[in-house]
Ligand binder design. Sequence first.
Ligand SMILES: *Cc1c(COP(=O)(O)O)cnc(C)c1O
Ligand SMILES: [Zn+2]
Length: 441
Amino acid sequence: MNMPELDRRVVGLRCLVCGATYRLGEVEYVCPHHDDVGNLDVLYDYQALAEVLSPEMIAAQPDAGIARYAPLLPISRVDSLPPVPVGGTPMYHARRLGEYLGVPHLYLKDDGRNPSASLKDRASAIAVARARELGREVITGASTGNAAASLALLSAAVGMRAVIFVPESAPEAKLAQLLIHGAEVFAVRGSYDQAYDLCLEASRKFGWYNRNTGYNPFMTEGKKTVAYEICEQFTALTRLNLPAILGHRGDWVQASSDRWDAPDRIFVSVGDGCIIGGVGKGLQDLQRLGWISRTPRIMGVQAEGSAAIYNAWRAGSEQVTPVQPTTLADSISVSKPRDPLKALRAVRETSGSMVLVSDEEILEAMRILGRKAAVFAEPAAAAAFAGLLRALAEGTIDQEERIVVLLTGSGLKDVRAAIQATGGPHYIEPSLASLEQALGG
Ligand SMILES: *Cc1c(COP(=O)(O)O)cnc(C)c1O
Ligand SMILES: [Zn+2]
């Protein structure tokens, strides 16, 4: 694929707070004027990109993962990406679930099917690629669990040293992932926010490359690939009337088309706000390239027990007040969101909206997804679907709309929550009599 030099594609970095712009390489992470909150947006030359790139060319890419969009990523070379298949996750037309809900055009994008079983791999792949291109030898991150597990796996894929900070409350499966991939793991006796701040201090002191969400501007650029996939796969699914599509097979439909279709609405769960900001960025890229003609409404879903961004959205403000998080959905349990501006703007600029869900609704959403759609989602992922249920119950969306629910992580990440959602098995004696009694009872 024709890949112009990086500095011809990426023309700068713009501060979301003050609008100052920087050349690539002039600042590494955030705008120096606002004490770690001046997140940067990566700016592209869309005109130059549209001249060398088209949906037909993407359709002809043999790689089903994020590498198929390489010219739209802030990396110099495709082979800087770790050699594991990140992205290209399946999207389903969830017909049985849709019938149950009276929403005939319901699609699930299952990003739990990434190498480390969450969407975070899309960002970590870019972090590792950037670190390699910059010649950095150590990479670090703080995380509620999934970003860390992802960073550990992708560092292992290229033999890079990873130093990771997690709150001591991280679920066991996520800790196990970190350890098995050989990361140096520090379980901080404190909250995610404290682990995050310690990680920032350490990376400054020791010169480690920092992957932190809402700090490293390139994480949004990795996460945005999920929006590209949603539109590319949605086009193939709807034009071919397929029930499901893995990666991007269906190329022949798209090969004859210079445009993609977009759904009407995308539901996304929100913690720090980086994923939803990435979805917004990806859609904005496609619109600026002229590959989609209208942008879906982005629906942000937060847990009632961790609603800092929702509160700011409700107040019509960009001022975010920290909360004391209490939700069981650990991946969206955040006191001080690190990427609120990208999140709030993604919702507002697409005429979307935000929804709150309780932990009970999240557990119910996990059960329904498991039973009616055969997808096992972790609580933070099921929260997005719980948001759809809530919006339907409140009658705020039209049931004929074409709706995508982004499922961000696998249920195997947190089996305790799944068991809490379902109750246990039936315990019986090893006899037919005992079985019959249980069946009858
Ligand atoms: C990180 C994560 C989220 C939330 O993403 P933010 O960028 O923090 O808003 C949601 N679901 C899962 C499974 C995650 O790992
Ligand atoms: Zn600034």
